[in-house]
Write a protein that binds this ligand. Sequence first.
Ligand code: HOZ
Length: 424
Amino acid sequence: MTKSQELFARAQKTIPGGVNSPVRAFKSVGGTPLFMERAKGAYMYDADGKRYIDYINSWGPMILGHAYEPVVKAIQEKALGSTSFGAPTELEIEMAELIVSMAPNVDMVRMVSSGTEACMSALRLARGFTGRNKFIKFEGCYHGHADAFLVKAGSGVATFNIQTIPGVTAGVSMDTLTAPYNDLEAVEQLVAENAGQLAAIIVEPVAGNMGCIIPAPGFLEGLRSICDKEGIVLIFDEVMTGFRLAPGGAQQRLGVNADLVTYGKVIGGGMPVGAFGGKREIMQHISPSGNVYQAGTLSGNPIAMIAGYTMLKTLNDNPGIYKELDDKTEYLHKGLDKALSKGSTPFVINQLGSMISVHFSDKPVINFASAASANNTYFNQFFHSLLDQGIYLPPSAFETWFISAALSKEDIDETLAAVEKAVL
Ligand code: HOZ
């Protein structure tokens, strides 16, 4: 029995399913989740001491690799001055100023403790601002686990194929309208059928919770113009793309601005941090300057702030990192193309910047339906073969692989050699 197997058996006695977030449980790919002990740079080491090249990177935050020294040192120093005040600090202003300077079209920002909170609060704000209740989300997009978003959601909900979520009331979900990703016509139809009732359209500008799915040319621009015409708040969920695709996230990289943007993952440097921000005229409706209530004891927590600030400052001061990340991911993309072509199973590689994923499908993967119809049983075999060879991919075809700056060309070559073995 491995140490991970022992730990998993023990964990299941006191933690539901043995994990604190469902996708980690390996339930869809089968087998025992690996319990991690430590990580440095591009590598994670499990409880049995085995090394893995990491393509999850904590589901996105570790863009500079694990235990990035300046972040670790900043946390250590900050902790000496107390781990929480529940009162404002200058560091929070510095963080807000840095975010506003990096993100296009963000005049004001509110810090929270997770991407879920960020999306939940942005939706409440859009509703409070417009005085409307309904909103549109896209099938297979995941905006955290607040009730209103758990309708045709991606990530774990898609991985476990949960159609109806007990505890999410019909009353809450009836205001959630859904359209297929990349389908502007479906959005236009919903908007026409619900004229004057839509508070928001929320979208992952590059979808990352059904594998990686790229917005079709004109899709985001189309959403922008529908929202402008109808007075609907356009929310970009940049929890995955924010500060990853460019210093100014997907808004900057793809050249489309949202009215509100939500952040998580990279913004916390590995600590529990989220944020939502946007135009001043909307943001000032948040309490206490307005009446849309939103709060958090640990919001703006000093340790979380210093980790996130140090990470963002590094990215802001070294924009060359983005080119490096893109080049590495392109190299991986080309190599995967070559290695997977040696096998007989058709595949699709979707990539934008340092987000990439593989679907085993013979047709383009452009939305949830095409992601779900891929050969996900084959993905599970592929996943396990790579895991045995020391390559740690997300344990689901409905997740994106995230590349870190710590990953070397040699690591990618090692990965590609493992991919060749996996498909032959
Ligand atoms: N929501 C994350 C994937 N999209 C999973 C987080 C986790 O299990 O740690």
